[in-house]
Design a protein around this ligand. Sequence first.
Ligand code: ACO
Length: 336
Amino acid sequence: MLYQSKIAGLGSYVPDNVVTNDDLAKLMDTSDEWIQERTGIKERRHIKEEGENPVAEMGVKAAKIAIERAGIDKDEIDLIIFATLSPDYYFPGSGVLVQDILAIENCPALDIRNQCSGFIYGLSVADQFIKTGMYKNILLIGSENHSGGLDFTTRGRGVSVLFGDGAGAAVISRSDYVGQGILSTHLYSEGKHALELALKGPSTNHWVPEIIKENPQEDIPYFPYMNGQYVFKHAVQRFSEVIKEGLDTNGLEVSDIDLLVPHQANLRISQFVQRKFKLSDDQVYNNIQKYGNTTAASIPIALTEAWENDKIKPGDNVILAAFGSGFTWASAVINW
Ligand code: ACO
């Protein structure tokens, strides 16, 4: 027998420290006007004091809220899935740190490295484990510390103005009703574009002392690189395809969408998708204006906020969609 999974609880956490576009303009040659016009972003949060392992710590803060809302005890969690591109350590992953902070004695922890698509990839993995009956409650976290690894000089402005820190979490549980919960997930990747949006080092390919030796001043490859327009073009195409696939798989029309929660990469990307599917403002949830792009955390932060603001009700058709580094892209169709 196959079981069905649902999102039983949601939570989010962002650091208190607000960084406006004007704050960034003091560090690099940029402006509030440029950032808002090209991306929609007004401000983002940057970590100041979040403990020794900020990515795990922020994830735990979001997770505690999600666990409470799911109405379960932390010891009922059968698996932790942690999605991030900015782990606290090269290894081990941040999932085991969460397990330790939450003091969950005996549960496996799995880290997912799929950047902006990480949360939906994690959701799909959780869904499969629940479908087979192996697990009943899975804690899925997306958390990012971008500010710890960005180039806040003019050299890095094409990337560093986009990203913010924060975490979101969901408890995925076995659903009591057939037809309620995660209806389908759709995952894709195309590795030939891997280096169009990448952090090449530190890595085993680019070891830190060698990087510094080879690049005394300029073009240091341990900051993220993004070919912005190339990524943009692929993103709008893949978002559209994977949302359409989700609708078709479940026999849904565009008018059946109660809420689309797209990964918050750029407001212009969300607006392009909204126009393409002729969705009303009420059918799309955006909050990139406040948080920037928080990568694996962006969908669970937006989903939590939408749920808290009563934008999602039982029975609603909610679609999640993401595109990011890899390239990877994904969607999920949920009947709430
Ligand atoms: N402030 C001022 N000027 C800037 C800034 C800045 N912060 N950044 C770049 N510029 C300049 C550039 O140098 C360039 O100047 P030039 O014309 O003199 O050469 C000019 O502005 C235009 O730059 P573009 O890169 O062409 O600007 P574009 O309109 O493409 O916007 C952006 C850039 C916002 C990055 C956009 O391309 C984008 O959003 N791309 C997709 C991002 C995305 O979806 N990422 C995927 C998820 S992220 C993940 O997975 C980790």
